[in-house]
Ligand binder design. Structure first.
Ligand SMILES: Cc1cc2nc3c(=O)[nH]c(=O)nc-3n(C[C@H](O)[C@H](O)[C@H](O)COP(=O)(O)OP(=O)(O)OC[C@H]3O[C@@H](n4cnc5c(N)ncnc54)[C@H](O)[C@@H]3O)c2cc1C
Length: 598
């Protein structure tokens, strides 16, 4: 049976030693997040993940969701009970402002504990995850009445949320969207059309479901300029605010799919359903983007979380499974074979996942901190600088951590040999679950295009220039420190490749956009390598500082960090040169074959 233990110590090390959380206690909500409080919250979240969500993960995958004849959806056995405990614990509103029933704590903390929940049960965690995205959109774009009517119940989790963008003929290209909205004399709209692939579209875990739906108001312009966002509750609210009449929206079918079986992916039919506009007419994509940006960080976190649980199981298996003898002499003389963990190739696999996952955790938390600064700082310059980095990092975090999440789930499965391929050990589920994160919330190819086509040049390249300077300064400041010189040397090399790749785009992609398109995925990964490398250099510095200050019982932990940091620099960082070379190859050969030749 699979195992899972939330990596609380690692989270606390990143928050306290690497990011120095206490330095930010001037930000709203951060003063309450004292060291003790953070430790208590992380510990409590670990318990919920390990003892409430994890036990129904494998069974949820095996049973899946079912659509009843009356178009309602049943979630797997135990999901509702687990969800109730989760929502009663206040986890949905951890970072939501207190006036709407939340706790107003840092988004950083929400992200830290979100990893545990998603590792333990990604499919289940998606129900509150989509609710959180919908809460964010209503908070920013909803009217005061809408906020008062919907947010407290959603924060409490007695109502959940969804996002409805995709239609059968349009996923990436939302300009093709056809769902229509007809204005009514009372200010509401009648929404009609079909949405597909809607996560958590219907289920039996909440009293009401608040659908956020993109549709085109009659007569609106074609393309993305004519799209508006609507709130369409499953049950229309009565005057007293409680759910009343069933609205004209129902689940037409649930998709049979590769993974996340415990999450209902629904075809949603809107048949003159009553909806209310959120934000301005024809500005629906702006409103939806609030939700999508938040969701993209959440999906990046899913990639990380699945890699983590897959890694834990693979490491555990490698310590127990006896197979073959060590190349350097027998390590288990009392047994007929040595454990897998003695084999260098197994260790290469485990070290690769470990280095990416721990570095990825720091990357995720660092980005979440930027989000807090961008939204909560009183200093406008500081807010803008953080928002620049957040915008730049969003496609990288989503694209790289989910590509890696899948790769690493497969690598962890490989450690099990044939036993990873059968369902019993849970490894197959991790591979299947991890796959979707590369596709939804903007497929990863689209993340790469967003990075290269939009984020790089934004505000004259302000974000990228600032980040290159920050990393360059870090290398410069620490290169004479003999304990850190190894790390800064490798990081600087990676940064040089990234700067060269960026320069190549500037010189070659304006006149020929295919050059940007052909190199975009390599560029996204090049950027991810350097950013995670930067995280590892910061981790190494924190570990050295900790050891110098007298680490006590953390000594092994800190020394292991240095070994893993070294592995990242030595074995993973050199990939920047390969990525740069591919970028510089340009688009000519890629674009040469005629379509029929494929
Ligand atoms: C399990 C599951 C859950 C989902 N949940 C939701 C949900 O809750 N709400 C919702 O609205 N949607 C949801 N989706 C839909 C998902 O977001 C879309 O599938 C995704 O956006 C891609 O759209 P598509 O499937 O139509 O692919 P397409 O848009 O047809 O794209 C196909 C491929 O072509 C690439 N591509 C497309 N355009 C370009 C371009 N211009 N340049 C380069 N490459 C391009 C894409 O990257 C992709 O790899 C879900 C999907 C699944 C499978």
């Amino acid at each position: 049976m699979p195992i899972y233990k939330a990596p609380v110590n690692d989270t606390l090390f990143i928050l306290n030693d690497v990011l120095a959380l206490e330095r930010y206690n001037n930000l709203p909500g951060f003063a309450d997040a004292t060291g003790d409080m953070v430790e208590a919250i992380a510990g409590e979240a670990a318990k919920v993940a390990e003892e409430v969500l994890f036990p129904v993960n494998l069974s949820g995958d095996q049973e899946g969701c079912t659509r009843n004849d009356d178009a309602t959806v049943k979630t797997p056995k135990g999901f509702k009970q687990a969800y109730d405990l989760y929502r009663q614990g206040g986890w949905i509103g951890l970072a939501v402002p207190e006036e709407f029933g939340g706790q107003g704590l840092p988004y950083l903390l929400h992200t830290a504990v979100g990893e545990y929940m998603s590792s333990a049960n990604m499919a289940l965690t998606m129900y509150p995850g989509l609710t959180q995205g919908a809460i964010a959109a209503i908070l920013v774009h909803g009217s005061d009445e809408q906020k008062a009517a919907y947010l407290p119940k959603m924060v409490e989790g007695t109502w959940t949320g969804t996002m409805n963008l995709t239609e059968p003929h349009c996923g990436t290209d939302l300009g093709l969207l056809r769902a229509k909205a007809v204005p009514q004399s009372d200010g509401s709209y009648r929404i009609s059309g079909q949405k597909i692939f809607i996560s958590a579209g219907d289920h039996d875990m909440s009293e009401n479901i608040v659908h956020l739906v993109l549709a085109r108001i009659e007569g609106a312009p074609e393309g993305t300029k004519g799209i508006s966002l609507f709130i369409v509750p499953k049950f229309i609210l009565k005057d007293d605010g409680t759910p009343g009449t069933k609205n004209g929206v129902s689940c037409g079918a649930i998709e049979h799919k590769m993974g996340i079986h415990g999450n209902a992916t629904c075809v949603m039919n809107y048949d003159e359903a009553t909806g209310w506009l959120i934000g301005a007419e024809n500005k629906g994509l702006n409103a939806m983007f609030v939700m999508m940006n938040e969701a993209r960080l959440g999906v990046g976190l899913q990639g990380l979380s699945i890699a983590e649980i897959a890694y834990q199981n693979a490491a555990n298996y490698a310590r127990e499974r006896l197979q073959g003898r060590s190349l350097s002499g027998v390590k288990n003389p009392n047994g007929k074979a040595d454990p897998l963990i003695v084999h260098p190739d197994i260790r290469r696999t485990l070290m690769t996942i470990k280095a990416w996952t721990e570095g990825g955790r720091a990357f995720t938390l660092w980005t979440a901190l930027k989000s807090d600064i961008a939204h909560r700082s009183a200093d406008e310059k500081e807010r803008q600088a953080a928002d620049d980095i957040l915008g730049l990092m969003t496609p990288i975090l989503k694209g790289v951590l989910t590509d890696k999440g899948f790769d690493h789930a497969v690598m962890a499965q490989q450690v099990f040999g044939g036993h990873g391929y059968i369902e019993e050990h849970g490894m197959s589920q991790y591979v299947r679950d991890a796959r979707i994160a590369m596709i939804y919330e903007g497929a990863n190819g689209i993340q790469a295009l967003d990075l290269v086509g939009r984020k790089l040049g934004m505000n004259g390249g302000r974000a990228v220039i600032a980040l290159f300077k920050e990393i360059g300064d870090f290398c410069e400041e620490n290169r004479h420190d003999e304990k850190l010189a190894f790390f800064t040397k490798h990081l600087k090399k990676g940064l040089n490749d990234l700067q060269a790749g960026t320069m190549w785009f500037m010189q070659n992609a304006m006149a020929k956009p295919d050059n940007a398109g052909a190199g975009s995925t390599d560029y996204m990964h090049l950027f991810g390598l350097v950013t995670v490398g930067y995280m590892w250099a910061k981790i190494a510095k924190a570990a050295e500082d900790g050891l110098a200050a007298g680490a006590g019982e953390r000594e092994d932990f800190l020394k292991n960090k240095l070994i893993t940091a070294k592995f990242f620099m030595e074995r993973l960082m050199p990939e920047t040169a390969l990525r740069k070379t591919r970028i510089e190859a340009g688009a000519d050969t890629t674009m040469e074959l005629a379509a029929e030749a494929f």
